[in-house]
Design a binder for this molecule. Sequence first.
Ligand code: PLP
Length: 372
Amino acid sequence: MKLETLAVHAGAEIDSETGALSPPIHLSTTFEHTPDGSLPHGLVYQRDNNPTQQRLERALAALDGGDRALFYSTGMAAAAALLQSLPNGSHVLMQDDLYHGVRALAEQYFPRWGMRVTMVDMTDLAAVSAAITSDTCCLWTETPSNPLLKIVDIAQVAKIAHDASAILVVDATFATPILLQPLSLGADVVMHSSTKYMGGHSDVMGGALIFHGQAELAQACFNARLLIGHSASPFAVWLTLRGLRSLSARIERHCRNARIVAEFLAAHPNVEIVHYPGLANHPGHDIAKKQMADFGGMLSVQIRGGRDATLAAAGRLKLFINATSLGGCESLIEHRASVEGAHPVSPQNLLRISVGLEHADDLIADLAQALA
Ligand SMILES: *Cc1c(COP(=O)(O)O)cnc(C)c1O
């Protein structure tokens, strides 16, 4: 079945008790068992699992073509569960351009967990090979990456990982399964912050891990959720499941609008550079064309005139909202360096844009008046 169809129908079985099309939200924290503790319905306690979440996990596994999916309360909880489940003493290679929360997690918590991280530009395959050590057990990449929209060749990096007996994890939050299928390209685990496009309405947090094989690792990640307590609420799960139903239609519009915005910005005299993999001059354009169905709704732009001119332009926008996060219906813009804490890594003239579902003409008019 095609992805568009799966997004609508996976995990959407009619409720056998009532015939309801919209799935019931099971709020119960506990489920009846027999006196000797066996589970007639396979369910015991909400922190382990619940029926609403089982639907969502079936849908997530189907969309990414995985064997098992696990849902968490946030994207960071999903990332932490995976990293905490790696063997003691592990060395992890991470993409240098990376969601700043995952970078901070590695920097602040790996020493406590007896682990090491090396940041490497994974668009440079020779650099990836050179950074592998005998205790490297995981390569963690993000494509397209945040906030520079770097494109990592998943098939090539998976080969390097597997030659070193390491696993490849791909944070595919920006792409979603509609645009990118990392498991079919050789990745072992896909991670999503469903807070973004999957939820799609800026109103529900969540994160997911989807596994190709790796049954032992998946079970360890399940245990991490159970024992550290990163389970999502059934209502959050339900909202995420609802978001999935319109994901492919929304992604199509996000991509169309982002292309129009990127082309407008690229031609603007006050713009230094646009980072959008859909532009022919983007260094990852050819790989993106090969491994993605379209180029996504995210882009970043560097404005001429430095930090002050950049902040002034962001301040003049009326339709684009200055806010963090991405993947909602409304267009957002953010000066990343201002929100990256004490040691910002993003250029001071960079604005990250999540292109929303508005009419492209209105978005262009707003950008035109702000950049004038
Ligand atoms: C937002 C985000 C995360 C973290 O997810 P939360 O749901 O905010 O915890 C991880 N990776 C990427 C690429 C993200 O955009």
